[in-house]
Design a protein around this ligand. Structure first.
Ligand SMILES: *Cc1c(COP(=O)(O)O)cnc(C)c1O
Length: 435
């Protein structure tokens, strides 16, 4: 398949090499070494702009795009998001620290997490983050207690589990009843806890949050979530006489990893979800709240690729062919974790047909260290450059040091040029904290 069909920043040049953002990937591999993460800045900015512009159209009275930074967290990402006038959500003190380190405005940061520590809540409140998202009864009380200690008021969203099956893979489903995240709606916990939030010291309940899952292609789960969440806000209004005016509907928009994935264009998606939301508000005579969305994957996934060098190619007759590369689960654990699908291309043979079927193996001492199984690929040979496409989300941010592998560099391309935005680690970096 043509790499351009996976991501618009990808193409094939006259030498038959894969390009990203106009840069030859074979040259990038030669310049910076492999494994290497490469990200196209134009794609990232374009996605943020698409989201922001559709929010302005869909919610003229107020809409906010918050990039879910766990998808891809390093300084330059926060600079880009800030420059594109979007907010971010963070889920840990480390992400918050990274955002603040480049001057990201604290009031444009939402702080999530199902088990925040006292220290993280203190850090968030002292920095002045815009919203803390309380995830459960213990978390809500903890936020109140820390806020009292600091003499500050916490502006809070409550994360609700709306009980929706978003038809995605179990591991990335977070809105159904059996979830570690959120206050449960079905059993009445959420409604009772809203009462607590309204009465606990130093808590200012601003609104509600839900995030129903990831890699969702259909607007139906969002329409359903809007229905459930607004009905709940209507119940809150009847029970407590409080009209909450902010609703965060989370992220989860799907992207194209393989030719079988068919995401809607961002604008169409947003329009459909917004029509449903406005209809529900009308039906309940509820004022349209300020809407927040939190796209993560859909901002960065298609912007990224990972380049590797092929080592051995091992044919096991009547079984399979392993193509081994110089990275693997340490830079991309997603196949090992939940068999995430990807498209792979031999970057120096991108104009040739993908007429073999192979398993791409990583270099870690773990049989499960695979990047893809039974995937079509051009004829692979030692020293080829192999590209895995659409790795911009949840790859660099999920990288580990297993087998003491240094984390690869991240290179940003844009307008034909390239620059390092995260340096590759050295062995010295790997032992930095060993005593
Ligand atoms: C992970 C997450 C997101 C982003 O999900 P994507 O599928 O990457 O868009 C948004 N909000 C919350 C609370 C999340 O946990």
């Amino acid at each position: 398949m043509n790499p351009h069909d996976i991501a618009s920043c990808l193409s094939v040049n006259e030498q038959g090499h894969l390009t990203i953002g106009g840069c030859d990937t074979v040259s990038l591999a030669a310049t910076y070494g492999t494994p290497l993460y490469v990200m196209d800045e134009v794609t990232i900015r374009g996605a943020l702009r698409d989201f922001r512009e559709s929010m302005e159209v869909c919610y003229p009275n107020g809409g906010t795009v918050a990039f879910a930074s766990k998808a891809c967290s390093f300084k330059e990402m926060y600079r880009i998001v800030k420059d594109e006038q979007c907010y971010v959500d963070v889920v840990s003190g480390g992400e918050l620290y990274t955002a603040l380190s480049v001057g990201f405005p604290a009031e444009h940061i939402l702080f999530h997490g199902n088990n925040k520590t006292d220290a993280e809540i203190r850090f968030a409140l002292e920095s002045g983050v815009g919203r803390l998202v309380a995830d459960n009864p213990a978390d809500l009380r903890r936020i109140s207690r820390v806020a009292v200690q600091l003499g500050k008021t916490a502006a809070v969203f409550m994360r609700i589990t709306p009980g929706i099956d978003a038809h995605t893979h179990d591991f990335v489903k977070t809105g159904q009843l059996d979830s570690k995240f959120g206050f449960t709606l079905e059993n009445g916990e959420a409604l009772e806890e809203v009462g607590q939030a309204l009465s606990l010291d130093n808590i200012e309940l601003k609104g509600l949050h839900c995030h129903i899952g990831s890699q969702i292609f259909d607007e139906k789960p969002f329409e359903h979530a809007a229905q459930v969440m607004l009905s709940f806000m209507d119940n809150i209004r009847s029970r407590y006489g409080v009209t909450l005016m902010e609703l965060d509907v989370g992220g989860g928009f799907g992207i194209r990893y393989t030719k079988n994935d068919r995401p809607l264009a961002i604008g169409d998606y947003m329009k459909r979800a917004s029509n449903a939301l406005h209809a529900v508000c009308e039906q309940l005579s509820y004022p349209v709240p300020h809407i927040y969305i939190e796209p993560g994957r859909s901002v960065v996934a298609s912007a990224g690729i990972t380049l590797y060098t092929v080592g051995g190619v091992k044919h096991i007759p009547d079984v399979r062919t392993y193509v081994s590369v110089d990275g693997g689960m340490a830079d991309n654990p997603r196949y090992a974790l939940y068999q995430a699908e990807y498209t792979a291309v031999i970057a120096n043979k991108a104009d040739q047909p993908a007429d073999t079927v192979v398993t791409i193996a990583g270099r870690c001492c773990e049989s499960g260290d695979l990047l893809q199984e039974h995937t079509p690929l051009q004829q692979a040979e030692e020293e080829d450059i192999l590209a895995v496409l659409a790795t911009g989300a949840y790859n660099y941010s999920m990288a580990s040091h297993y087998n003491r592998l240094p984390n690869p560099a991240v290179v940003m391309v844009g307008n034909g040029g390239s620059r390092v935005v995260v340096k590759g680690e050295t062995y010295e970096d790997v032992i930095r904290n060993d005593i």
